[in-house]
Design a protein around this ligand. Structure first.
Ligand SMILES: Cc1cc2nc3c(=O)[nH]c(=O)nc-3n(C[C@H](O)[C@H](O)[C@H](O)COP(=O)(O)OP(=O)(O)OC[C@H]3O[C@@H](n4cnc5c(N)ncnc54)[C@H](O)[C@@H]3O)c2cc1C
Length: 351
């Protein structure tokens, strides 16, 4: 037995997340702007103005921000128009603003919440379009739009890698009790090209208590730092940001700009009558940073993102829920689930 043991390499070790209620630094809640048929990028006439929609990105708005905003700017930009109104101050509005500024345009952003109070600011920040649409509710036109947006975003975020923006690469371990098919996407489908370094691990190749484990790498965006940096850049390029609550479409019609880009996230539904748009509430439990945790875990409807600015624990996807307050039951479920996952990791010493 001793000889057999000596020839078997120990299971790899990963540092454990220290999950404990007394370590909670904050609870974040955000409302993903979800449309089952996917995000909307479309231009329409709006009185004497042009209105370009750029909203409804569900759980993938950070991921899609540059690409979707590029599609919107392509529809909105006209060399003869100098000034543009952008509704919102989340990731979609800020990315749209930067892309317009890069074309030499002036922008004014109007929003009820400034960037630090938006859903974008609390997003987990994994570069992957999770919970963006239902596969049975989209057509090939949408899938083409999605792939085009992803490609542009994928490239743009790679120019932002490093501390300045808080963007880096991390492995994502997906733990399952059953053989894994089609995760994170259909291997023969159009999104597979964005799946980097995918491999299946045998039980001897990982420390988790799960029979099936698949890992792939994604970029991670430290959203609070990233969003603040983007807002500072937009302001430095002389954008004006106006605190403003729009109650009716007439409020928008009264703006001085002739081209308006709607980046209102979940707020777009009530203002412009989109009944398909609904909130998909997400609650996060944030723990202090553990610099040694440089990986993510997804399991049992839960996820842990090992970000440098804190350990982010999540796993709520509540459609139709508008509450911005903490749900204590969700906090308990998230804590207990992650305690189970990290408590079950082997320490690498045994065979
Ligand atoms: C828990 C959680 C985890 C997530 N994790 C990820 C992830 O890992 N990766 C990823 O890609 N995405 C993730 N997302 C999704 C992402 O956060 C959203 O898709 C994205 O933030 C949407 O950005 P937005 O700019 O469209 O909307 P928001 O950030 O919500 O901004 C909307 C803006 O519009 C303004 N507004 C709305 N209505 C009005 C009105 N009537 N008048 C004036 N202003 C108004 C708001 O004040 C705000 O400024 C996550 C979301 C949640 C909640």
């Amino acid at each position: 037995l001793a000889a057999a043991c000596a020839s078997v390499p120990p299971r790899p070790v990963l540092p454990r997340v220290n999950v404990a209620r007394e370590r909670i630094t904050r609870i974040d809640v955000g409302l993903r702007p979800y449309r089952r048929s996917g995000f909307r990028v479309e231009r329409e006439a709006f009185g004497d103005k042009a209105l370009v929609h750029n909203y409804g990105h569900g759980g993938g708005g950070i991921t899609l921000s540059w690409g979707s905003s590029k599609l919107a700017v392509d529809l909105a930009y006209n060399a003869s128009v100098q000034e543009y109104a952008i509704l919102g101050c989340g990731v979609m509005a800020l990315s749209t603003a930067r892309l317009l500024q890069e074309r030499g345009a002036r922008v004014r952003l109007y929003a009820r919440e400034l960037s630090a109070d938006t859903t974008s600011h609390v997003a987990g920040g994994q570069w992957w379009p999770a919970s963006v649409y239902r596969t049975d509710s989209v057509d090939s036109v949408f899938v083409d739009q999605l792939v085009t947006a992803m490609q542009f975003s994928f490239e743009r975020f790679q120019t932002m890698l490093g501390d300045a923006y808080g963007v880096g690469w991390e492995p994502n371990y997906f733990l399952a009790q059953y053989p894994i098919n089609g995760w994170p996407t259909d291997p023969h489908g159009p999104l597979e090209r964005f799946v980097v370094n995918k491999r299946d691990l045998s039980p001897r190749e990982h420390p988790f208590d799960a029979p099936y484990v698949r890992v792939f790498d994604t970029m991670m965006i430290e959203t609070p730092h990233y969003i603040a940096t983007l807002e500072a850049e937009v302001r430095a390029a002389s954008a004006e940001i106006v605190a403003r609550d729009f109650a009716t479409p007439e409020d928008v019609a009264a703006l001085p700009e002739t081209v308006v880009i709607n980046c209102l996230g979940v707020g777009a539904g009530a203002l412009f009558g989109d009944k398909e748009l609904e909130p998909m509430r997400g609650q996060l439990v944030v723990l202090p940073p553990q610099p040694e945790i440089t990986y993510n875990v997804l399991a049992e409807g839960l996820y842990m993102f090992g970000r440098r600015d804190g350990i982010v624990l999540g796993g709520t996807f509540q459609r139709g829920q508008w509450a911005r307050e903490e749900d204590p039951e969700a906090t308990t479920r998230i804590l207990e689930g992650h305690a189970r996952i990290f408590g079950g990791m082997v320490d690498g010493a045994g065979m």
